[in-house]
Design a protein. Structure first.
Length: 502
């Protein structure tokens, strides 16, 4: 007898519908899984058998063939266990096939018949259309974010009872409460650093990547940690996209709603390339750049990251996506993040701010990790000087709060949305020419920087977009002025001004 059960599999951050076909027929007893399964899918035969027997059902003494359609799509993970188990019970006539009508099944089975949570519930449930998904109880709140009809059970035996109408589905309100979002750090806690504070505001308003260079203890990390608090809340589409990524990474479990605050990710410099970019041999999970999509990716101690890791960021900084290609699968992962980075000027960390102990060869080797193409993608590059001792020991003054700055950032971003982009950094070509036209004085100013090699063509475009952001923050409706360009060039700086070279 044949049974067909709807389910889904996860590739990257996207769920793909899968039809689990289970056939129980004559022949030598056996259990085969076909349809391009990975190792964890093939191991389902042992998990399903033990779960069925532990739930007091009969294992058929016949040939069992499980086909995962479509067969040209690689199936990964253990989320198909539940669909295989209920398909087996229906095909062996232990439960009526009609009881499965209108349901899709997702979940991993334990050997004792319990259902265990799975990764990527949100995109998996979203890919199952036209049926009510059945998921493990721990994944119910996440499933309800996209499907109000989602059902949950704790065990295979409980599922069969609920399908037949004898038992009840798991109570959704019995789930543990969702953790509350942490309040972002407030910019009012920062003493001094007026230029750096303005740079963070411009970065948040225009989506401009920012690099801070300075000695240890100057406040670079403190400033970067307050950048997410300047960003506006995510809209419905952005919240869904960000939540989908975090669901695939397993960091969304237990939440009662979508992620509304922009994420903040700060990987250590010892993180592997796969952990940073994403991918892997089978699961193709999102990396830190995807988990930071819609928010801030902070790379502290930028000069300590391997050069290959840093250069791998160059393409996603421009395109906003990561393309991971493997022999059996190709996935596209989101990577539209605001990059904030902090670094010391040299290995000893002192640089021009003190008595540097580094040799010229050491400084050159340290600087080569940050290639010129990568540095060119930072629209804002500034030196962060140590705070004055008189300021440190003076009476603490409260600066402008993150809430006040965020209101200006939101107004500036609404202007960008009216231009057809989410931030000014996305403006290119004709759109940038239309919304940030240059006066004759402005053209002369940029031409001089291009001719002297202080700016690349990409850099000139970025300077114009930063100048437009400065104009938006002022609420100006006129064209970009030479004063705005001068301010943008000052924020961009060069290697000598920010202390990367002597």
């Amino acid at each position: 007898m044949l049974a067909e059960v709807p389910s889904a599999t996860l590739l990257g951050v996207v769920g793909h519908p899968v039809t689990v076909e289970v056939h129980v027929g004559s022949g030598l007893p056996g259990f085969n899984v076909v349809g391009l399964p990975d190792a964890s899918c093939r191991e389902a035969r042992d998990r399903v058998r033990s779960a069925v027997l532990s739930s007091r059902f009969k294992w058929p003494d016949a040939r069992v063939t499980v086909n995962l359609a479509p067969t040209n799509l690689r199936k990964v993970g253990s989320g198909l266990d539940l669909a295989i188990a209920v398909g087996l019970l229906a095909a062996s006539e232990q439960i009526p096939i009609g009881d499965l009508s209108g349901f899709g099944f997702l979940g991993e089975l334990g050997l004792n018949g319990t259902l265990r949570p799975i990764l990527g519930t949100l995109p998996l449930v979203d890919s199952i259309r036209g049926c009510a998904p059945v998921v493990p109880a721990e994944n119910l709140t996440e499933a309800r974010l996209v499907s109000p009809d989602a059902r949950a059970v704790h065990t295979l035996l409980e599922l069969v009872a609920a399908l037949s109408g004898v038992g009840e589905w798991a109570d959704p309100w019995a789930m543990r409460p969702a953790p509350a979002d942490e309040d972002p750090m407030d910019l009012a806690e920062v003493q001094g650093h007026p230029i750096a504070r303005q740079a963070l505001e411009v970065a948040a308003a225009g989506g401009h990547h920012v690099l801070m260079v300075g000695p240890p203890g100057a406040g670079k990390t403190m400033l970067a940690e307050r950048l997410p608090g300047l960003l506006p809340d995510l809209d419905d589409r952005g919240a869904m996209d960000v939540s989908r990524v975090h669901s695939a990474a397993g960091t969304l479990q237990g939440r009662s709603g979508l992620l509304r605050r922009p994420p903040f990710r700060s990987p250590h410099h010892t993180a592997s390339l796969v952990a940073l970019i994403g991918g892997g041999s089978t699961l193709l999970r999102p990396g830190e750049v995807s988990l930071a999509s819609g928010g801030v990716l902070f790379l502290d101690e930028l000069g300590e990251f391997p050069a290959s890791h840093l250069d791998s960021l160059r393409q996603p900084l421009e395109s906003g996506i990561i393309r991971v290609a493997r022999a059996n699968a190709n996935v596209v992962l989101p990577a539209r993040f605001l990059l904030a980075a902090a670094t010391n000027p040299c290995p000893c960390g002192v640089g021009r701010w003190g008595d540097c102990r580094c040799t010229p060869a050491q400084i050159a080797r340290y600087g080569r990790r940050m290639s010129s193409p990568l540095l060119d993608r930072f629209d804002i590059r500034l030196a962060v000087d140590p705070p004055s001792p008189s300021l440190v020991f003076a009476a603490r003054l409260s600066g402008e709060s993150s809430r006040a700055v965020r209101e200006r950032v939101e107004r500036a971003r609404r202007r960008a949305v009216a231009r057809g982009v989410s931030t000014n950094r996305e403006l290119r070509g004709a759109a940038l020419e239309q919304h940030a036209p240059l006066s004759d004085a402005g053209r002369i100013l940029l031409r001089q920087r291009l001719e002297t090699g202080l700016l690349s063509m990409r850099g000139a475009q970025r300077v114009r977009s930063v100048a437009l952001t400065l104009s938006d923050l002022e609420g100006s409706d006129g064209p970009v002025t030479p004063a705005h360009l001068e301010a943008a060039l000052t924020l961009r700086g060069d290697d000598t001004q920010i202390g990367l070279v002597a």
